[in-house]
Design a protein around this ligand. Structure first.
Ligand code: FAD
Ligand code: SF4
Ligand code: SF4
Length: 671
């Protein structure tokens, strides 16, 4: 805090950003104006300040004019603050003696047609930045060690890929999955576009690799209960839900040698309780003690205690393995990790909310995920597509695209769910191939086949005879006698109304973030976009990161994407999450709160206000005073804004700096 005071000697550099800035305001006039400001020793301008020659101007000016502070008037600090801080440091100044004035995103881009106004606003921004730069102090980032372990939350294909990559890079990885098995939605699919490989065949080897990787500790039927800490040192408490069945390891730990579940299924055979299997969307039954499907990883049964009648038949059938504990309760475990990847995926939008399409009203209206199970050889019908109403093989099937997507009515979702066009093309192919003479009709708004070999796949489906009707389906009605369906739409290419009678309708329902994901998102301090998907740090330059240091995103939790894009993002997230771990330490921005102990009354009110639990009260020299854990403090300023005694000092956002900025704005202006 205490620093040798020197008269401010500021250098100002105004960037043209090609024509991004210079096309909308007078850069030269801003430069000339900067020269008139108190403390400004040199003012320059350049085409691209972020380029090597631009940065060299900063470096040279610091040395030549013995500057104490730098202002660059250019783009957003989110983009280039680190670049200019480095240039400031290379010139020999502390990098935190740099201030940025945003004259692009907040000025030239929004005032493109107001040259005079934009120029005046740029001058204001420069004046405000110079006022702060005059009061900047040397700051020093803190280094904290990073735990050599990572956590991945969600074990769909995204989470699986991320965990395998981290583990293969030598990092101990905890993979957390809330359901009894890993695999996510991909394990429910039959084939995958555009190559039509069998989904299970390409996913199962990865699932098996997870199960036996020495660096992966798999926790299924487990959820994150609480998160404490910060990058490098997250303490994460897990709730291991009572599954009622012990693994061999758990049994051994309890002294049951050679015991634990081996997946033999003897319990399943005797259990008297029958329930719908959610993996099959209720189209197949399961028992109260169950596995979702034969390829589950880990192959351990789970008891649904909401429906178990505790008859004890399974305990008897399990015999010497003694795997079943009907009195098992949730247990908790806290683990420490350096970085985290969230990969919580998606759920289908409840399409019954769109009443006009008749889902859950008419038997023969199904969703695309139900179609996947019906067409899959391991599904409830052994891969035979049948009408739910009478078990007949359909001869005419309509696929309704954008069912709830690109929907601004307030009931659906305004965004594109991105994979529905492609999987509906796949579905049309599957029925054409499996049911000779069956006609597929696709009702679409546009076909979005943007990926590699996707457009070719679209042509192939056209060639196979699928008929495409461009128009959104208005409503669907059932013929009560035949259970056939009338699909009403407008063919917008022919400009004609359509009333098509089909045997079955498949709704390509929109997708939405997984239920309950807000709780886990908030525990990690991750924001979401307007539509609920987790928010990346930057859509182009940091699509795997979040604004919480050390927390990364993979797969559909960040926004709808298909399997190739999910896997690619998972690999990116794993790489990003492994960097701090391999570095062994991270530097934290020094924007911490500091307690001015002489002024602190020890009331402790700030302690409860801090959203990051960074404050506590300590005894010092016979007094109670506030103490900051710097590694936890995010410099949000909540405590500083509140403290009635003015006892909190916010580094880099001090009261004198902020007052100087306000004064510069209100009292300044061109003389
Ligand atoms: C009908 C249909 C057909 C499709 N066909 C194809 C295709 O042919 N080709 C293609 O490329 N893509 C296809 N897709 C898209 C594909 O399903 C997704 O790209 C892929 O599943 C995304 O994987 P993910 O890991 O991001 O999410 P998910 O598969 O949703 O996995 C997320 C996992 O996280 C778990 N989880 C959620 N919340 C928590 C929590 N709080 N704690 C712990 N675990 C949690 C979930 O239980 C789940 O296991 C299709 C989608 C649909 C709907
Ligand atoms: S009988 Fe025992 S070992 Fe066999 S599947 Fe059931 S719980 Fe597992
Ligand atoms: S810093 Fe302020 S709010 Fe916090 S304990 Fe001290 S006096 Fe109270």
């Amino acid at each position: 805090m205490a620093e040798e005071k020197k008269q401010p000697r500021i250098g100002v550099f105004v960037c043209h950003c090609g024509t991004n800035i210079a096309g909308s305001l007078d850069v030269k006039a801003v430069q000339d104006y900067a020269r008139t400001l108190p403390g400004v020793i040199v003012a320059d301008e350049y085409q691209y300040m972020c380029s090597t020659p631009g940065q060299k101007k900063i470096d040279d000016a610091i040395k030549e004019h013995d500057l104490t502070g730098i202002v660059v008037a250019a783009c957003s600090p989110r983009l280039h603050e680190p670049t200019f801080r480095t240039a400031t440091k290379e010139g020999g100044l502390n990098p935190f003696r740099f201030e940025m004035a945003n004259i692009r995103e907040q000025n030239s881009w929004v005032h493109m047609h107001d040259y005079e106004g934009a120029t005046a606003k740029a001058k204001d921004a420069v004046r405000i930045a110079v006022a702060k730069a005059a009061l900047l102090e040397d700051l020093y980032p803190k280094s904290v060690p990073v735990e050599h372990a990572a956590m991945v939350v969600g074990a769909g294909v995204g989470g699986i890929q991320a965990a395998l990559d981290l583990a293969s890079a030598g990092i101990k990885t905890y993979l957390i999955e809330k359901t009894p098995t890993i695999g996510g939605r991909m394990s429910q699919l039959d084939k995958t576009f555009p190559t039509l490989d069998c989904s299970q065949c390409i996913l199962t080897p990865k699932m098996v690799d997870v199960g036996r990787h020495p660096n992966i500790e798999l926790h299924t039927y487990t959820e994150v209960e609480a998160v404490e800490g910060y990058i490098g040192n997250f303490d994460i408490t897990l709730r291991k839900k009572a599954r009622g069945v012990m693994t061999p390891t758990e049994a051994t730990a309890k002294g049951i040698v050679g015991g634990g579940c081996n997946g033999c299924g003897d319990c399943d055979a005797v259990c008297p309780v029958i329930k719908p299997n959610p993996f099959e969307f209720g189209m197949k039954p399961r028992k109260a003690i169950y596995i979702y499907h034969p390829q589950v990883v880990p192959l351990i049964y789970t008891i649904d205690f909401d429906s178990c009648v505790k008859c004890g038949l399974c305990v008897e059938a399990c015999g010497e393995k003694k795997a079943i504990d009907l009195n098992m309760e949730d247990s908790f475990e806290t683990v420490k990790v350096g970085t985290v990847i969230l990969a919580t995926g998606y759920d289908a939008f409840p399409i019954e909310k769109k009443r006009e399409w008749g889902y859950k009203q008419f038997d023969n209206v199904i969703t695309s995920l139900e179609f996947e199970r019906l067409i899959c050889a391991s599904g409830p019908t052994g891969g035979h597509l049948i009408r739910p109403s009478d078990g007949a093989t359909p001869k005419k099937v309509a696929f309704v695209l954008c069912a709830g997507s690109r929907d601004n009515t307030g009931v659906g979702k305004p965004y594109c769910s991105r994979f529905c066009c492609m999987y509906s093309l796949k579905h049309a192919h599957q029925i054409t191939e499996k049911i000779p003479g069956c006609q597929a009709y696709i009702f679409y708004m546009d076909i979005r086949s943007f990926g590699k070999m996707y457009e070719e796949f679209y042509y192939r489906i056209q060639d196979e005879g699928t008929k495409f009707i461009r128009g959104r389906v208005a409503n669907i009605l059932e013929d009560a006698k035949t259970k056939n369906l009338h699909v009403y739409a407008e063919d917008t290419l022919l400009g004609q109304p359509v009333d098509m009678v089909v045997d079955m309708v498949v709704l390509a329902a929109a997708v939405e973030p997984t239920q309950g994901v807000d709780t886990v998102r908030k525990m990690f301090g991750v924001s979401c976009s307007q539509d609920g998907w987790m928010l990346e740090a930057h859509p182009k330059l940091n699509p795997c990161g979040t604004t919480t240091a050390g927390v990364f995103l993979a797969g559909v939790c960040q926004g709808p994407k298909d399997i190739p894009d999910t896997v690619a993002q998972a690999e990116g997230a794993a790489s990003a999450a492994s960097i701090p771990i391999h570095m062994g330490k991270v530097e934290l921005e020094p924007y911490f709160a500091q307690c001015i102990e002489e002024k602190c009354a020890g009331c402790g009110m700030c302690v409860n206000l801090c959203p990051y639990s960074a404050l506590d009260l300590i005894e010092k020299d016979g007094r109670t005073v506030m103490h900051v854990t710097e590694a936890k403090c995010k410099g949000c300023g909540t405590c500083g804004g509140f403290c009635p005694g003015g006892a909190i000092y916010m580094q880099h956002f001090t009261t004198p700096q902020i007052v100087a900025q306000i004064d510069a704005f209100l009292l300044g202006g061109e003389q």
